[in-house]
Write a protein of this length. Structure first.
Length: 140
């Protein structure tokens, strides 16, 4: 007997790895994939500076997450993450197309040495309930 079913995003069978998130701080760029990668193919993930030159840092790969660390990303400077089609998952599948993400270096947070995360939208407070006037009895 089935107690419950939930639907998730539709996934094409046989497709290669896809980027599911990219997190940027002033010292790290973290790229998360939807599947495990072959470690010898992570060289196909490149971080470029504003001139298009590869940032010279060796990424660390673990648990579907590739991390460029030890960076000194400059605030306001444009950078780019590229996932080439040479990247492979453990099923020997390649991405269907190259993934490119351009971003701007974040402002440093002087209190923590990290970057300031963008503000998150906060839910609007519920309007205060206004008292409902009680009906006045009609004379009579």
């Amino acid at each position: 007997m089935i107690d419950g079913v939930s639907a998730s995003a539709q996934r094409d069978l046989g497709k290669g790895p896809e980027v599911v998130s990219v997190k940027v701080t002033d010292t790290e760029v973290i790229v998360t994939f939807d599947s495990d990668l072959l470690p010898n193919s992570i060289g196909g993930v490149i971080l470029q500076d504003s001139t298009g030159a590869a940032v010279q840092v060796t990424p660390d790969y673990k648990d579907r997450t590739l991390t460029f660390s030890g960076l000194q990303l400059q605030p306001g400077v444009h950078y780019r993450v590229i996932v080439q089609t040479s990247v492979q998952d453990v099923g020997n599948r390649h991405p269907a197309a190259e993934y490119d993400l351009e971003f701007v270096g974040p402002a440093a947070d002087p209190t923590s040495g990290g970057s300031t995360p963008p503000p998150q939208p906060s839910p609007s407070p519920a309007p205060a309930a206004s008292p409902v006037p009680s009906p006045t009895p009609s004379p009579g």
